[in-house]
Design a protein around this ligand. Sequence first.
Ligand SMILES: NC(=O)C1=CN([C@@H]2O[C@H](COP(=O)(O)OP(=O)(O)OC[C@H]3O[C@@H](n4cnc5c(N)ncnc54)[C@H](O)[C@@H]3O)[C@@H](O)[C@H]2O)C=CC1
Ligand SMILES: CC(=O)C(C)=O
Length: 256
Amino acid sequence: MKKVALVTGAGQGIGKAIALRLARDGFAVAVADYNSETANAVAQEIKGYGGEAMAVTVDVSDRERVLAAVEEVRRELKGFDVIVNNAGIAPSTPIESITPEVVDKVYNINVKGVIWGIQAAVKAFKVEGHGGKIINACSQAGHVGNPELAVYSSSKFAVRGLTQTAARELASLGITVNSYCPGIVKTPMWSEIDRQISEAAGKPLGYGTEEFAKRITLGRLSEPEDVAACVSYLAGPDSDYMTGQSLLIDGGMVFN
Ligand SMILES: NC(=O)C1=CN([C@@H]2O[C@H](COP(=O)(O)OP(=O)(O)OC[C@H]3O[C@@H](n4cnc5c(N)ncnc54)[C@H](O)[C@@H]3O)[C@@H](O)[C@H]2O)C=CC1
Ligand SMILES: CC(=O)C(C)=O
């Protein structure tokens, strides 16, 4: 019997790479995104190489919809084993520009979206009568404050706190909770951050990347597949004795 994984924000970028990787690892994958077109395209890609997948349209900030989507997936794919709470947004927010609206928007998706995903997964694991794995998208920005990204960075500190708290609270149910913390990953999100930082500094495109990249130990930006490899480990049996961890994918972003 195939294990079932649901990945949010899986229509593009890191989430897409994770969905493709977990499908190759043998999971039946629910490709969840609020963009139904991209979610469908990724599900089709998985089916195209013989994998099992379904697309689900869900806005992770909508608690009822997240609970309903996970239940839909549990019934359709006949099980539920792993949730990857990957969806997130990262608008540039220099301190003096922060508005109540941008705080609500980022926290509703990046923080509440993770809480609703955790709740929905716990409910599904209980119905199935076993534990499971909860994997959250954190960031190097959840370990060290990132200038220009105060709202985003603080939301990722919250994800790290939630990961640790949920791990301690849910361990007795056989549920592990971990998160992955990438540095700069070549995705549409990063291109937009680079554009905003470069523009604000009055510099050409690529300036934001150059500034961040100075701290990367391995000397290159990461590919979405680098992150997916880490999530593959967190979703598989080799990480069974790991919980409450927020894994830095390039520690240099924090320590250099
Ligand atoms: N790209 C990077 O450099 C880094 C990204 N991350 C984190 O990794 C995760 C994925 O990032 P990327 O792939 O780069 O982003 P991206 O912007 O390229 O893709 C995000 C996906 O999430 C979906 N999405 C956004 N809001 C949603 C919502 N409310 N409900 C459902 N789906 C929603 C979008 O439609 C899109 O398909 C995010 O949580 C991000 O904070 C962490 C560290 C570095
Ligand atoms: C967007 C993000 O999480 C970065 C640059 O670490």
